[in-house]
Write a protein that binds this ligand. Structure first.
Ligand SMILES: *Cc1c(COP(=O)(O)O)cnc(C)c1O
Length: 387
């Protein structure tokens, strides 16, 4: 294990492999082919791994022409990218509250719209500020949470096109797949057909002038030809499997120190509710990490394991806010100060983020974005200083 003396690695931390991140971005680029540009999704602090380091690493990859844009979900996230020095396109994918439109314009962000009223307001902001304001239109092909209806594109397409005059620029049209990570891709193919028919129903000058995009990680990896001019990978970049054959390179590792080791007699209990009782004389280790760091409490009941000295040991009792207890009886060489791995590699073993998620009934996305600010992010691999 790496240097235990640094404070960021003293209690508990998240290691982020920037080389793994870059490898996964290349894998997506290879899958979609050289004609398709990437819009890496860096919302939610780059899925919890740290917006600045992740965006800088992705922007500096010579093998990607450079991201076509970065994708975020909130105006504030776009403003953060600007403050970090990113000058390229920044797309805000989730519908933004109207009272944030002026801020979005000031930050030079591109908004995504699902209704004419928002387009009209964006046109007013363009006129009032004298700025050129681009936007993308989302098409709802089955996701249901946002988007213009796919089957009425001729009508809304004409209205939106009539608003996109002067300083307002209709730059893109996209949809979002709901099941591209499921074994059966029939629903994804159906959504793609709906999307194509919607695009075909747009006014001709719009249709030929906009970029078209649809693919998330799963669709990009599993339906190479499908998707359009751009792909919007998220989870796969960060080491989540995305339902694809292809395994991502590991990116995030969640590690904590063994801070206490104790021999306990049979009958000793551990944790709130005393849900675990020693069946024999056992050796228990206390790890300096808990649900206050984002380790789901459900992991204790779901048969959670951690790695120590390259071996798996079980989590025992309930995870507390600040500490987690494990049974070290079968790995007696573990000592105070050792590093335990809750997600990631400790050769020859590995707990993928997907495995940890499955054990507590959730998805990799929720595990990663749930890691709290108490865990320092430690970056491995060369880290560009700016954009
Ligand atoms: C989050 C998001 C993505 C990325 O999805 P992954 O499954 O993480 O690859 C793509 N497009 C939109 C609109 C999103 O909100």
């Amino acid at each position: 294990m790496s240097d235990p003396s640094t404070t960021s690695r003293s209690r508990a931390w998240v290691e982020v492999s920037l080389d793994g991140l870059r490898e996964n971005a290349l894998a997506v680029q290879r899958a979609v082919g050289p004609g398709v540009r990437l819009v890496p999704m860096v919302k939610a602090d780059a899925y919890g791994l740290g917006l600045g380091a992740v965006a800088r690493a992705l922007a500096a990859m010579p093998a990607l022409e450079g991201p076509w844009a970065f994708g975020v979900a909130a105006v504030a996230e776009g403003e953060t990218l600007r403050a970090l020095g990113w000058r390229g396109r920044t797309l805000v994918f989730a519908p933004a509250p109207h009272d944030e439109f002026h801020r979005a314009a000031d930050a030079g962000l591109t908004l995504c719209f699902s209704d004419e009223q928002s387009v009209r307001l964006w046109a007013e902001v363009a006129a009032a500020t004298g700025r050129d304001l681009p936007f993308h239109a989302e098409v709802d092909t089955g996701m249901g949470r946002a988007g213009f209806p796919w089957d009425r594109a001729a009508a809304w397409g004409a209205h939106v096109a009539s608003l996109a005059r002067g300083r307002l620029r209709w730059e893109g049209v996209y949809t979002h797949f709901h099941s591209a990570d499921e074994p059966d891709l029939a629903a994804t193919d159906r959504q793609w057909e709906r999307f194509r028919s919607a695009v075909a129903a747009l006014p001709a000058d719009v249709r030929t002038g906009v970029v078209v995009h649809s693919a998330n990680s799963a669709a990009a990896l599993r339906r190479e030809g499908l998707g359009g001019d751009l792909a919007r990978p998220g989870i796969f970049l960060y080491g989540g499997a995305a339902g694809a054959q292809q395994r991502p390179a590991p990116v995030a590792a969640v590690r904590a120190r063994v801070v206490l080791v104790r021999e306990v007699p049979a009958g000793w209990t551990v944790g709130y509710g005393a849900t675990y009782t020693a069946r024999r004389p056992e050796r228990w280790g206390t790890l300096s990490i808990g649900y206050g760091d984002g380790i789901p409490r459900a992991l204790s009941t779901g048969g959670g394991e951690v790695l120590v000295r390259g071996r798996r040991v079980p989590i025992i009792g309930r995870i507390s806010m600040d500490v987690t207890t494990v049974d070290l009886t079968d790995v007696p060489e573990v000592e105070v100060g050792d590093v335990a791995t809750l997600v990631g590699r400790d050769d020859p073993e590995e707990i993928t983020v997907d495995e940890a998620a499955a054990r507590c009934g959730t998805i990799s996305y929720e595990i990663l974005t749930g890691l709290t600010g108490r865990l320092p992010r430690v970056y491995l691999g060369s880290e560009p200083r700016g954009f």
